[in-house]
Design a protein around this ligand. Structure first.
Ligand SMILES: [Zn+2]
Length: 292
């Protein structure tokens, strides 16, 4: 599909409320892709900056694709508990080995986020090496989406909406309602992360960092719900189908006080690591000169 069709599709879809079940909220995805463009130096940075609006608009496209492509769903998460025991270091970083160890059908259920990030990063490098600049823009935006998802702690657990621990609704409260009310607090990172060494090892490291934050989110949610009336608790438990205006501000404020700094740290890391992956793809492609 030509880039302009993709953009048109993104613009059309933007008006349709999609259930953001596999993602940070749309505003956070836009923030991460846009800030990563701003951080990118050199000729690649100039190229991306000239297409910043596209990269921001396309940041949510992978979520919208799942509306018509079932195979898209597992690209957005990994339920680590299904793969092994803590500390989850025995999961093969190689996709083929993972297929053999767990079975392709299980992977389609348990999630393939880390392997998908590696596949998209590889495709980006190939597009750059081939001088396919329109495709570069689409893949750079896609990569931003999945790198962002890898930094959302609740995308790394089978208990993704707190349903196993009495925290039903937390996914949407944490990533959408809470953060979209506090977007103004975000402080842009000013330096890029290093992206050296094996990309898959790096990505698995990000996922373990994310997973490590899950208990803190669940605890904060539990504490924030304590003082709510039964009616307010029911509203929170509606999760993705909730009316944002009906959610208790006291709940959101306490959840934010307890998890906001961590959430912004995850988002900042996603941003700087995304920039580093873009740069690495460009360097490994032989630093091709972008078109004006
Ligand atoms: Zn997603």
């Amino acid at each position: 599909m030509a880039l302009r069709h993709l953009i048109l599709a993104a613009v059309l879809w933007a008006g349709i409320p999609a259930a953001p079940l596999w993602s940070w909220g749309f505003e956070v995805h836009r923030l991460i892709n846009g800030q990563a463009v701003d951080l990118t130096p050199g000729p690649l940075g100039t190229f991306l900056q000239q297409r910043r609006n596209w990269i921001v608009a396309l940041s949510t496209d992978p979520d919208q694709r799942r509306e018509y492509d079932k195979a898209e769903e597992p690209n957005h998460y990994i339920d680590l508990e299904y793969f092994s025991e803590p500390p989850y270091t025995s999961i093969p970083h190689d996709r083929r080995e993972a297929d053999e160890k767990y079975g392709t059908e299980n992977l389609a259920q348990w999630g393939i986020l880390p392997w998908h990030i590696v596949a998209v990063a590889t495709a980006l490098k190939e597009a750059l090496a081939a001088g396919e600049w329109e495709r570069t823009v689409v893949l750079a935006a896609d990569l931003g989406h999945y790198v962002a998802d890898a930094h959302q702690p609740l995308h790394t657990t089978a208990n993704y909406d707190g349903e196993q621990t009495g925290n039903e609704g937390i996914h949407h409260m944490f990533e959408n309602i809470m953060l979209e009310q506090h977007l103004g607090d975000y402080q842009s990172p000013d330096e890029i992360s290093a992206a050296t060494g094996c990309i898959s090892a790096m990505v698995f490291g990000w996922l373990l960092e994310s997973f490590h934050e899950v208990p803190g989110i669940l605890k904060a949610d539990r504490l924030a719900r304590r003082r709510l009336t039964e009616a307010d608790k029911e509203v929170v438990a509606q999760g993705f189908s909730v009316d944002p205006d009906a959610v208790s501000p006291a709940y959101i404020n306490e959840l934010y006080a307890r998890t906001g700094p961590m959430a912004w740290r995850r988002i900042s890391r996603a941003t700087t690591r995304l920039t580093a992956l873009w740069l690495r793809a460009w360097e490994e492609a032989g630093k091709p000169t972008p078109p004006q």
